[in-house]
Ligand binder design. Structure first.
Ligand code: ATP
Length: 258
């Protein structure tokens, strides 16, 4: 088991964004978190990464309680995420963005960096090599020196994934990775996430693109009004009466058959 949520509740004043939500994610799974707008999905990511403390409940990662751990320590422990709205260092190059993602694994200090010690130089070379491999994985090898904001939209999303992977996570959280992508970009993203899974990274993703979710995920949890509505394989979810009702009651593009 990689991630375990036990009865997680998050209240914002009078609003209960999450109520008593429990689920577990196993090693190597691609796990989907879906639900209509406002269901509590992003809040769930924020609670897992400790951007917000849960009001109650417990979150365990690889058997260790992580609720209350500082967000940067969460990355050290092996959880990394992307955001619904792309958050790259827009004025930095593609390669630099990935190098920044690797920073938390760097052992070099101020002294070794200023005096360019041998160990610092060899670490820097290894870091660059790892970054280059990641850019190859996400199909951005030819764009190393391009300023991030000049990339096409789908490329920026893939760069965000490369930056997250640079921290060597055991669990990768993807917040609407296919949002705004065209058909070809979505197909490339599908292949990329499968590759990430093959490399042994467990994936938790929020996504509104239902055909994409149903094809990609091993298991899915559905949230509705902050509560867990259903959990199961894509087939079980697609045939679940409560889920169909929740979706048909919402916007057209949330339709399960969309
Ligand atoms: P979407 O698919 O539209 O991104 P979501 O499922 O991610 O929605 P959340 O963004 O988690 O839903 O929001 C769940 C509820 O919590 C909403 O009612 C939202 O207004 C509320 N909420 C989220 N963040 C905050 C916050 N920082 N302060 C107050 N209320 C919040």
């Amino acid at each position: 088991m990689v991630l375990e949520l036990k009865n997680v509740t998050k209240n914002f004043g009078g609003i209960s964004a999450l109520t008593d939500v429990s689920f577990t994610i196993n090693e190597g799974e691609i796990f989907g978190l879906i639900g209509p707008n406002g269901a509590g999905k992003t809040t769930m990511f924020n609670v897992i990464t400790n951007m917000f403390l849960p009001t109650s409940g417990e979150i365990n990662f690889l058997g260790e309680k992580i609720s209350g751990t500082k967000p940067h320590k969460i990355t050290d422990k092996g959880i990394c995420r992307t955001f619904q709205n792309i958050r790259l260092f827009s004025q930095m190059t593609v390669l630099e963005n990935v190098l920044v993602g690797r920073h938390c694994r760097s052992k070099s200090g101020v002294f070794s960096s200023v005096f360019r010690t041998k160990s610092q130089q060899s670490e820097e070379a290894m870091t660059r090599e790892a970054a280059t491999e990641l850019l190859d994985l996400v199909g951005l090898s030819d764009y190393e020196d391009v300023i991030a904001e000049n990339l096409a939209y789908g490329q920026q999303r893939r760069l965000e994934i490369a930056r997250a992977l640079a921290s060597n996570p055991k669990l990768l959280l993807l917040d609407e990775p296919a949002a705004g992508m065209n058909e070809t970009e979505t197909e490339n993203l599908f292949d990329l996430i499968k590759e990430v899974q093959k490399k042994g990274v467990t994936v938790l993703l929020i996504e509104h693109d239902m055909p994409f979710v149903m094809k990609l995920c091993d298991r899915i949890t559905v949230l509705n009004f902050g509560k867990k509505l259903a959990e199961g394989t894509p087939e079980e979810i697609q045939n679940n009466k409560d889920v169909i009702e929740a979706y048909l009651g919402s916007e057209e593009d949330d339709d399960l058959d969309a």
